[in-house]
Design a protein around this ligand. Structure first.
Ligand code: IMP
Length: 431
């Protein structure tokens, strides 16, 4: 069976981890395609809550092979501490595979990420300061080090010598901070390398072999389409491609091997960090949604910005990614609201526009137009079938589905594994 992609349709934190976890029960392989420890996937299981940053959530299922693909950037110390945390909770790590082609987030990358953010002052991107941008920049500049280098002490020492000289010059002369000590960096990396070594493979070959033998593959993107380096709200984006196309590249599959592209959307909007969020709420409704949705960053703990569902950016993302299905999550967060708004368009300088402007200053100026519907004002966390959802919730789902332009096939009504309502195609309540 070919591959399925799970990706975020908004600005991240849509609940991709939960959906991947749910679908992983039927999968043979789960592959993480992009990003690094900037991501935070929360999965609630009967064994408790797991917060994963680098390791695919497939690891929480016994027989599923979990692959960190070539498109991911790996901070070895973060990976090893995540592995340790999982082992302490009796999670079997033997099915973990790590691409030898994945780039390393080196100790100087988070440092440069932070120093650059401080230098930007008011123009801060609001990065997670995990070194993601600088690591991808080195990858594209062809000066990065990879897992394959970490596996060979001689090559590691050689490549790091040249690179650390360059980075230390930057740290010293541009930022005026202490340079890093070569021997300390090498010895720390070599120690971490031994923990990682048993898991290192040619992950693209593992994935292709699985496809060739008819296995079921899930590809998990971190972040989301509106944070994409090309199509997101540049420069307020991450440095990878969290799109369906990026998922293929990062996991090592061809576009024709993918049959399903499931975009995860929240029933409202959130964003962490700076940049446009046209439907942002600054009032007590926003505060209520933040509190009920526990909208605080998994990786940084920062409060997330909150807004109404943005139909314009959602449709843009759905089209760009060739989305075949939608999972709409956190619908229960809206349970207490008497009225709910959905943005159905943007206006810019008096004109209607159907997609996000490329220039961030213009994107920040767009005025969303809204349609308001009545809330359902009842607890839906116990619903397990579409028939158990109140009429007003179904009206809301239909409205969102129409905006996105792809069928909503799953509805999240709570954080638990079982709190996912299936909505098989065709089972549409109202039209
Ligand atoms: P970076 O990926 O750390 O460089 O951060 C760039 C932008 O992406 C910032 O606005 C971050 O808040 C955002 N970002 C990165 N990872 C995530 C994520 O997993 N969820 C939501 N936002 C993220």
């Amino acid at each position: 069976m070919p591959a399925t992609i799970i990706m975020g349709g908004q600005w991240g934190d849509e609940g991709k981890g939960k959906l991947t976890d749910a679908l992983a029960a039927e999968a043979d392989l789960v592959v993480r395609a992009n990003g690094g420890s900037n991501a935070g996937h929360t999965v609630v299981t009967p064994q408790g809550t797991f917060k994963l940053h680098l390791i695919p959530s497939g690891i929480l299922h016994d027989r599923v092979v979990s692959v960190i693909g070539a498109g991911v950037v790996i901070e070895p110390s973060a990976l090893v501490s995540e592995m340790k945390g999982l082992r302490e909770r009796q999670i079997d790590l033997s099915p973990l595979r790590i691409s030898e082609r994945a780039h390393l987030v080196m100790p100087y990358h988070p440092q440069i990420d932070s120093l650059e953010e401080d230098r930007r002052g008011e123009q801060q991107i609001g990065t997670t300061r995990r070194g993601i941008g600088p690591a991808y920049a080195d990858k594209v500049s062809r000066t990065g080090l990879r897992i394959a280098d970490l596996m060979d002490e001689r090559i590691l020492r050689y490549r790091l010598r040249t690179e650390l000289d360059r980075k230390n010059a930057l740290l010293d002369r541009l930022y005026g901070v202490e340079p890093l000590d070569y021997d300390t960096v090498v010895s720390e990396l070599l120690e971490l390398a031994e923990v990682i070594r048993p898991h290192v493979v040619a992950s693209e070959v593992v994935v292709q072999d699985a496809l060739a033998t008819g296995q079921n593959i899930l590809i998990e993107c971190a972040q989301a389409s509106m944070l994409d380096i090309d199509y997101g709200s540049y420069p307020y984006v991450t440095s990878s491609s969290p799109t369906a196309a990026g998922a293929c590249q990062g996991a090592g599959v061809g576009p024709t091997q993918v049959t399903q592209i499931i975009a995860v959307f929240k029933a409202y909007s959130t964003r962490v960090g700076s940049g446009p969020l046209p439907t942002e709420l600054y009032d007590e409704t926003g505060e209520l949604i933040r509190r009920r949705g526990n909208e605080y960053g998994t990786t940084t703990g920062r409060p997330r910005r909150v807004g109404w569902f943005d139909g314009t950016s959602a449709r843009y993302a759905a089209r760009l990614n060739g989305v075949t299905e939608v999972a709409l999550t956190l619908v229960d967060v809206l349970d207490t609201l008497p009225e709910i708004a959905v943005s159905n368009g943007y206006r810019l300088k008096g004109e209607e526009i159907a997609y996000p402007p490329a220039q961030d200053s213009e994107f920040a100026m767009v005025e969303p137009t809204y349609q308001t519907v009545r809330g359902w004002e009842q607890d839906i966390t116990g619903a397990r079938s579409i028939k158990e959802l109140p009429l007003n919730a179904l009206v809301y789902l239909d409205l969102i589905e129409e905006r996105i332009g792809a069928p909503i096939t799953r509805i999240g009504v709570g954080p638990g594994r079982e709190q996912l309502v299936d909505r098989p195609s065709g089972q549409v309540a109202i039209r």
